[in-house]
Design a protein. Structure first.
Length: 191
């Protein structure tokens, strides 16, 4: 079952990190990554004051927005600091709170319609993704009972698994606060 977050969420904005953009394989042509993915930092991470006035260049060119024509420049820019899907053995940073998408439901590119992206509650690839490090959410895509440990399983691709005791070598992401109903369970994230 694919992971996702449901509307109920209880967290402080101080526990949300907004420094990183998602870097990884797309789920489909429209969806880059679904919210609720457990992510980890890609080296070198966020470097605010490494070189130059403001850490060198905190943004990078992502290439042309669409078609390229002679004697025109239409570059798209994105954040340099990146996150990717965490797998077993990685130190997780947190759980993404928004989908990362390129296209809307009609196949139109969201980079040309930021208002629509905001209405859909998504970010366009290259933009920073909010990552939750501590709080309570409704997590979809798991078969769990109250009190079980949430952890990254081998080959999890950013999805969580549940167990009564933490398996050897696994990193605890949180605790399930209730028994899953239709694959949806309350999760207390503790990173």
């Amino acid at each position: 079952m694919a992971h996702n977050l449901r509307p109920f969420r209880d967290y402080s904005e101080h526990e949300v990190i907004n420094y990183f953009t998602y870097s990884g394989a797309n789920e489909s042509a429209a969806v880059v990554k679904t919210k609720g993915a457990v992510v980890t930092v890609v080296a070198p991470g966020f470097q605010p004051f490494s070189t130059g006035l403001l850490g060198g260049n905190p943004i990078e060119s992502l290439g042309s927005v669409g078609a390229a024509y002679g004697n025109t420049v239409s570059d798209r820019f994105g954040a340099v600091a990146k996150i990717t899907v965490a797998s077993s053995g990685d130190q997780p940073l947190g759980i993404t709170l928004m989908d990362v998408r390129e296209l809307d439901e009609n196949g139109e590119r969201l980079v040309f319609n930021p208002r629509k992206a905001a209405e859909m509650g998504v970010v366009v690839s290259g933009q920073t993704v909010p990552v939750l490090t501590r709080g309570v959410v409704l997590y979809s895509g798991v078969s769990a009972t109250a009190g079980q440990v949430a952890y990254l399983a081998v080959g999890a691709n950013g999805s969580l698994s549940a167990a009564t005791t933490l398996p050897a070598g696994a990193i605890k992401v949180g605790t399930f606060l209730g028994t899953a109903v239709n694959g949806v369970a309350p999760l207390k994230i503790q990173l």
